[in-house]
Design a protein around this ligand. Structure first.
Ligand code: G3P
Ligand code: CA
Length: 257
């Protein structure tokens, strides 16, 4: 791992723009339209959420039910892929996007390999035994697990799942997500995360200049979430985070868009 000073100097890249669920401020989240918009807006990466259908297909959707973002109703895990595919994942956002489908992870990887970084969140992986192995296999099948593909990252709020993923595929960078807590995060926690993760990605409300420095001292980078206003983007840029997960890529860089 790299020392903090090395990271602070020339090795440190510019803050990456990471379009949250695709450019979800402008197109329906977790659809090909939102990922295409991310690339159009020149975001370096986009984020997506992966779950599993009843018949074991990796599908890209945020909620554990289809209710909010499709015209269907029920748990993702109770639908076959064929059934999920019938749902309209665009109309809820606007009629312009009627007919957008729930993508598979494979379809997104095939479409964006070499065209965009991808931050893959395993959403509620404890509902989907074996999902780590399946995501690892999807990446290996496409040769997207090599360290030189440095903008393909797997992350989760489920830290046990990330330890599992790291042990299956140690060449892939892993991220630890953390929800907001008033107590902040201790050096003991950071040391533990850094034993298997390259990224510590907390709620943006946790971020201070001091925390960014501590994350770097532990040899990790940070991509906090989720920016939906200009002021938050400016603050995160000022404290030197490594990437910003945002619904609006143009807030991170006005030249994007
Ligand atoms: O990438 C982090 C962020 O997506 C986590 O929150 O609820 O949008 O998946 P959520
Ligand atoms: Ca997410």
């Amino acid at each position: 791992s790299v020392s903090a000073n090395e990271l602070k100097n020339k090795d440190r890249q510019q803050t990456l723009t990471i379009a949250h669920r695709g450019a979800s401020g402008y197109a329906p989240e977790n659809t090909m339209a939102a990922f295409e918009k991310s690339v159009d807006m020149k975001a370096e990466m986009f984020e997506l959420d992966v779950q599993m259908s009843k018949d074991g297909e990796l599908v890209v959707i945020h909620d554990t039910t289809v209710d909010r973002t499709t015209n269907g109703s029920g748990q993702v895990k109770d639908f076959t892929y064929e059934e999920l595919r019938q749902l309209d994942a665009g109309s809820w956002f606007s009629e312009e996007f009627a007919g957008e489908k729930i993508p598979t992870l494979g379809e997104v990887l095939d479409a964006y390999k070499g065209r965009s970084g991808i931050l893959i969140e395993l959403k509620s992986p404890s509902l989907y035994p074996g999902i780590e192995q399946k995501v690892a296999a999807a990446l290996v099948a496409r040769n997207m697990h090599k360290p030189e593909n440095d903008k393909i990252i797997v992350q989760s709020f489920d830290h046990e799942s990330m330890k599992t993923f790291h042990s299956i595929l140690p060449s892939m960078p892993v991220g630890v997500l953390l929800g907001y807590s008033e107590e902040g995060v201790s050096n003991e926690q950071l040391a533990n995360f850094s034993s298997y993760a390259e990224y510590f990605n907390p709620n943006k409300a946790m971020i201070t200049g001091d925390l960014v420095n501590r994350i770097h001292e532990f040899g990790m980078k940070t991509h906090p979430y989720t920016v939906r206003d200009q002021e938050s983007a400016n603050f995160l840029l000022s404290v030197g985070v490594d990437g910003i997960i945002t619904d609006f890529p143009d807030y991170v860089d006005p030249h994007k868009g």
